[in-house]
Design a protein around this ligand. Structure first.
Ligand code: NAD
Length: 503
């Protein structure tokens, strides 16, 4: 019997009324393990209506009470952590520990959102004019949406839902149809934590569902994370329909290795950040940039040595470093890009193609792949590969390395390994990329800061989480009031100003 992953709407699992479905695979075996309904436009509109009905009462609930729901949710997630991580690994393929990390980085943001009563506080100025006080407040937008990718099925939905619901909105989540179970489970736990029905809804689907969200006038804001072409489409379509949008796209993250760096530390960092989660992270390092031929030769030797020790297998198996890719199509695409690298003349130091994992022959595994002498005209440099493939682009000096990362069309994350404070400081100030690591390979900022890439990695002016998460899902109202009301100045025909007579 095929298992169906239900929508979660109005506090209940909802069986589909439409006909279209998609298969959900177990990437470690290549077997279909469930089916997910792809919502029709009518179904999505019904979800939005449900959310719109529930939202006013939630907005009228005090921020403190809303925060308490989030507190209980954090406890419940901890109690259910192993189950969530197992479910996540079974649909995504990442290892059990990495799946727990996915959930934990989402919870970090929920914990930050528990501070909503403080974050939502407005500003107040007294005696802005005679008897005049000015204050501001942040109000929820109403019904808002999140459209999220397959690679962090817990973290990114929570990054969106946390600030949205803590600020008093109702939230419609359209998660990836490739690993849709964890978002539903999280929504159930929110309900158990006391979130009113209809405030967090999960609707599965593809372009039809997304386009309905983008065009329905009741949706006020759309937060998106996924590939760059879709990010651009969502940003433009949401804006054309009068909605706020923040859309985060793909990446090509460089790690610069200076000649004075601890090369063992840099090699370890590159292995973890390049191959962890099979390279399916938007903050994965896909380009290593050693500075100087000597650094490059030594670094490539150290990387090659370490690659031989990596264990690739099913995510739930002990001792596995990374699991399969998410789908057969993803695997075929990455293999095609590897071939393009070979054809373009890059030096294939380690070839991960053809890896067979005994007992899991149908799984979407790809061994670690390393290219040296990659140049910027090659497709393996220009395109986001999103697989376990690391390219070494050799730079002659620091300025060339800096320019490489800065000139790349993507601008999500970047790192530098060096022992020189002057170089590190100069790099952080000048590099044209949104998130920078100094001797840190994956510089995902903590929840109280904001996360967001530049250039083709991010569209919109506000980042995710931190204060920006709340700014995105709220609007500011500013009130100018005069008390005592008895002050009479007569009618004035000039623009009120704080300078000049009369104030
Ligand atoms: P994707 O763009 O294929 O899908 C993302 C979402 O968009 C999914 O919910 C999907 O159903 C929907 N979608 C797909 N095609 C659509 C279409 N034609 N019209 C409307 N909606 C559509 O991305 P993915 O493969 O799920 O995720 C991987 C990508 O996400 C990578 O490029 C990765 O770098 C990026 N990513 C970026 C960040 C970041 O913060 N910048 C974080 C994680 C992942």
């Amino acid at each position: 019997m095929t298992r169906y992953i239900p929508h979660f709407v109005g506090g209940k699992q909802l069986e589909p009324t439409g006909g279209r479905v998609a298969d959900v695979f177990d990437p470690s075996t290549g077997q279909v393990q469930a089916r997910v309904p792809l919502a029709t436009a009518d179904e999505v509109r019904a979800v939005i209506e449900n959310a719109a009905d529930a939202q006013p009462a939630w907005a009228a609930t005090s921020p403190q009470k809303r925060a308490r729901v989030l507190m209980r949710f954090v406890d419940l997630v901890h109690q259910n952590m192993d189950e969530l991580a197992r479910l996540l690994s079974s649909e995504h393929g990442k290892t059990f520990d990495d799946a727990k990390g996915d959930v934990m980085r989402g919870l970090d943001v929920i914990e930050f959102c528990i501070g909503a009563p403080h974050i939502l506080k407005g500003e107040y100025s007294t005696e802005a004019g005679s008897g005049i006080d000015v204050y501001s407040m942040r109000q929820p937008l109403g019904v808002v949406a999140g459209i999220t990718p397959f690679n962090f099925p817990a973290m990114i939905p929570l990054w969106k839902a946390g600030p949205a619901i803590a600020s008093g909105n109702a939230f419609v989540l359209k998660p990836s149809e490739r690993d849709p179970s964890v978002p539903v489970r999280l929504a159930e736990l929110f309900l158990e934590a006391g979130l009113p029905a209809g405030i967090l809804n999960v609707v599965h689907g593809d372009k039809e569902a997304v386009d309905t969200i983008l065009t329905d006038p009741r949706i006020q804001a759309v937060g998106f994370v996924g590939s760059t072409p879709i990010a651009e489409y969502i940003y433009a379509t949401a804006a054309a329909n009068g909605k706020r949008a923040q859309c985060f796209g793909g990446a090509k993250n460089h790690l610069i290795v200076m000649p004075d760096a601890d090369l063992d530390q840099a090699a370890d960092a590159l292995i973890g950040a390049g191959f962890g989660s099979a390279g399916e992270r938007c903050m994965a390092i896909s380009v290593a940039v050693p500075v100087g031929a000597e650094t490059a030769d030594a670094l490539v030797a150290k990387l090659t040595e370490r690659l031989g020790e990596l264990r690739v297998g099913p995510g739930m198996q002990d001792g596995v470093d990374y699991g399969p890719l998410v789908s057969a199509a993803a695997k075929a695409r990455v293999e095609g890009l590897i071939q393009e690298g070979v054809d373009a003349g890059a030096d294939l130091v380690a070839d991960g193609r053809g890896l067979v994992v005994a007992g899991h022959e149908g799984g979407y595994y790809l061994g670690p792949t390393l290219f040296d002498h990659v140049t910027t005209d090659m497709s393996i440099y220009r395109e986001e590969i999103f697989g376990p493939v690391l390219s070494v682009v050799r730079a002659a000096d620091y300025e060339e390395a800096l320019a490489l990362a800065s000139d790349n069309p993507y601008g999500n994350g970047v790192g530098i390994f060096t022992r020189d404070g002057d170089t590190a400081r100069d790099f952080a100030a000048r590099v044209n990329v949104g998130m920078v690591g100094v001797n840190i390979p994956i510089p995902v900022p903590i929840a109280s800061f904001t996360f967001g890439g530049w250039k083709a990695s991010g569209f919109g002016d506000l980042n995710q989480h931190g204060a920006d998460g709340f700014r995105f899902y709220t609007k500011t109202k500013t009130v100018t009031s005069r008390w005592p009301s008895g002050i009479r100045e007569g009618a004035s025909f000039v623009m009120p100003a704080t300078t000049g007579e009369g104030h």
